[in-house]
Design a binder for this molecule. Structure first.
Ligand code: ATP
Ligand code: MG
Length: 257
């Protein structure tokens, strides 16, 4: 499979009034087309910094980032980002939030409507198309944010703890939905989380970082997802999955700050 994202010799320092702050150690990373890669590591180790560099919001102090064979020089339509902080517009309905990127890209109305309808169905938002964000639950708002990024159809999706603020029950549903959506749309996904279970549940590959300045200390392969995506019932009763989750937990705990 072709490499979709190639990070080589990446290292980043932030310039502050007190001098440079080293945010990451040297990171090398390749993500294949269609792969779902999750990243776990202690707070402050540089996860968001790495994701922002791939998104094109940060210019690396050292090293290079190449997506689809082209060096990253800034944000682009090929890369959609879902941040932890909610990024939906309170004055737009669910439908118009999801369609936002498509409107900016001047996608014709008929095509826009078809995309929105498909994502509303996939994300379990049927019946809420004309509601405003304040009329939705937190989990629903989060699903709108994911659908909005998905609607623009980027080949690469970068997610930084997108479900961190969602309650535990809704989170399980969102994770299953995201898994299904990924299988259905074959996106390349880079996903940051603090939850070891979430990391293993969603991933084809889990990366574990050291404490700050972080480097990648371990890479664990997770057996292929079933055709329809994983579900939590089979995940929790699968000894192979539980063994991987145990290994990741062990690796993460060794980095506690
Ligand atoms: N804009 C900035 N200016 C200066 N230092 C920064 C800036 N952004 C991040 N840092 C520092 O860089 C390091 C890495 O930050 P980063 O946000 O990438 O960590 P993280 O792994 O995403 O942490 P968390 O899990 O808490 O989100 C931290 O020590 C942080 O203090
Ligand atoms: Mg972060």
């Amino acid at each position: 499979m072709a490499e979709k994202i190639e990070v080589s010799g990446f290292r980043h320092f932030f310039q502050t009034e007190g001098g440079p702050v080293q945010a990451t150690g040297t990171i090398d990373l390749s993500i294949r087309a269609g792969e779902f890669v999750t990243l776990v590591g202690p707070s402050g180790c540089g996860k968001t910094t790495l994701l922002k560099a791939i998104a094109g919001f940060i210019t690396p102090s050292e090293g290079s980032i190449v997506c689809d064979g082209k060096p990253v020089k800034g944000p682009g339509r090929d890369r959609g980002v879902v941040f932890q902080e909610l990024a939906i517009l309170p004055w737009r309905t669910v439908r118009r939030n999801i369609a936002h990127g498509l409107e900016i890209a001047r996608v014709p109305r008929v095509q826009r409507d078809a995309t929105v309808t498909r994502l509303v169905g996939l994300m379990g938002l049927v019946g809420f198309e004309d509601r405003y964000p304040h009329e939705l639950s937190g989990g629903m708002r989060q699903r709108v944010a994911v659908a909005r990024t998905w609607a623009a159809d980027p080949e690469i999706i970068l997610m930084d703890e997108p479900f961190a603020a969602v309650d535990a029950m809704t989170r399980l549903t969102l994770q299953e939905e995201l898994g299904r959506l990924c299988v259905a749309t074959r996106k390349t996904v880079f996903f940051i989380t603090h939850s070891v279970e979430e990391a293993v549940f969603l991933a084809d590959r889990v990366l574990v970082m050291t404490k700050r300045p972080g480097t990648i200390k371990a890479v664990l392969d997770v057996p292929r997802r079933e055709a329809g995506g994983r579900d939590w019932d089979s995940f929790t009763s699968d000894p192979v999955m539980q063994k991987i989750a145990g290994e990741v937990m062990h690796l993460v705990h060794a980095e506690r700050v």
